[in-house]
Ligand binder design. Structure first.
Ligand code: G3I
Length: 382
């Protein structure tokens, strides 16, 4: 790709200075500030896509193997803590916080020049019961609201200036016919727990982008219900910057039309759109979405010895079509984060039952799969 460059400083055309600069530039190209550096042939995902949208990965913490750190540094510019900043690990008892995991992850990320996306302040899962109990009885609205606000103030306050965004509320939309998921948050505080959470998050961190994050909101009733939520929050001037479409899809069934409609619709509401937890399951399952509570029986483990070439091709095609779509809407997409660094770290190896999955771009030996090569090639061509 022709390098478009900009001479440092400003000089009149034809002047001695511009001639001198031109000679120096030929002798020392570093003098020039390359505006859109062409992605290098061996550049990773972040070098190939970084000028369009950030490429991220969820990681369990800072204690990664050296080769995993190398993979992370080459391909990703941003990380999401898979678990260590969730309410249960970070606030196990009222008033007792454990920031060790999150702090180590932030420190490692900063040392590698990676940004961090906080995940997640308010969720119905992995949230300790103490939030909702008052002397052995269900706690009332004011007490649970106070606890939620204190939790957000402490956690988002602790990481203020250290995270680029927060998944403030995770998976609050009902999977069925209802509007909001029936959880202890809605039972104790009411539907406005979402607005209150965003208000508290903005108060604790004046700068981070605040996201609503959920699965299956690209289509079906959940997209409409998410749009309703965004509009209600905007109507109340609640600070919300973006929507996270998680992206836990299944091979051969990636709902591209719905995904495109959702990206366009959420963006039209003034939202940044992030793909926050991308993976493509290659082992059949009946559960759609990503309801962590879903469990399935079954013992078939079709790819225990690795993916067949046919399945590698199907996976590569699905990821390539997805990234073609993301590139088409690069003006709307802030980030694409994979839910795991490589196949060996994927949650899909144990949900909704134990399986050998191959849902990401890099295999268990941290090698790029055909899907990775195809996505890289696409980015280099566009
Ligand atoms: O850390 C404890 C450990 O101390 C304990 O010995 C062990 C056995 O009970 O559990 C460990 O916690 C586990 C945690 O992962 C860390 O490994 C939890 O049981 C387990 O439920 C948890 O699973 C995570 C799940 O969210 C629930 O929090 C998955 O790794 C994680 O990939 C998954 O991610 C979610 C997103 O946060 C939200 N969107 C859906 C996505 C997939 O479910």
């Amino acid at each position: 790709m022709k390098k478009r460059v900009r001479m440092m400083g400003v000089a009149k055309p034809g002047s001695i200075l511009i001639e001198l600069l031109a000679v120096m530039a030929m002798m020392c190209p570093a003098m020039l500030v390359a505006q859109d550096k062409a992605p290098t042939a061996d550049g990773g995902l972040k070098s190939v896509y970084g000028k369009r949208f950030a490429i991220g990965a969820a990681i369990p913490g800072a204690d990664l193997k050296n080769e995993e750190i190398a993979l992370l540094s080459k391909h990703f510019s941003t990380v999401t803590p898979e678990n260590c900043m969730k309410p249960e690990p970070i606030h196990p008892e009222e008033g007792r916080y454990d920031f060790t995991g999150g702090d180590a992850l932030v420190k490692m990320a900063q040392s590698k020049g990676l940004t961090v996306n906080g995940h997640t302040l308010v969720w119905h899962y992995q949230c300790p019961d103490w939030f909702f109990v008052d002397n052995g009885k269900p706690a009332g609205r004011e007490l649970v609201l106070k606890r939620m606000r204190e939790h957000i103030a402490a956690v988002a306050g602790h990481y203020s200036g250290k995270v680029a965004s927060w998944d403030v509320v995770n998976e609050a939309i009902d999977d069925g016919k209802g509007y909001l998921r029936n959880t202890k948050w809605t039972q104790c505080i009411g539907d406005d727990f979402i607005a209150e959470a965003f208000i508290a998050a903005r108060k604790a961190d004046p700068k981070a982008d605040l996201y609503y994050n959920d699965y299956s909101i690209e289509g079906g009733g959940k997209r409409e219900k998410t749009l309703r939520l965004i509009r209600e929050l905007k109507q109340r001037n609640v600070p919300i910057n973006g929507v996270g479409i998680q992206g836990h899809w299944q091979v051969g069934r990636v709902p591209l039309k719905d995904i495109e409609a959702a990206i366009v619709a959420f963006h039209a509401e003034g939202m940044k759109v992030a793909i926050t937890e991308l993976d493509i399951d290659v082992v059949s399952r009946s559960a759609s979405g990503a309801n962590v509570n879903a469990r399935e029986k079954g013992a078939d483990d079709p790819f225990v010895d690795g993916l067949t070439p046919e399945m590698q091709k199907k996976l590569a095609d699905d990821y390539t079509r997805l990234f073609e779509l993301f590139l088409k809407h690069r003006d709307k997409i802030s980030r694409v984060t994979f839910w795991g660094l490589h196949d060996g770290r994927s949650w899909l190896n144990s949900w909704p039952r134990k399986r050998t999955n191959h849902a990401l771009l890099f295999d268990r030996s941290l090698q790029p799969k055909p899907a990775a090569e195809s996505v890289l090639e696409l980015g280099r061509k566009q």
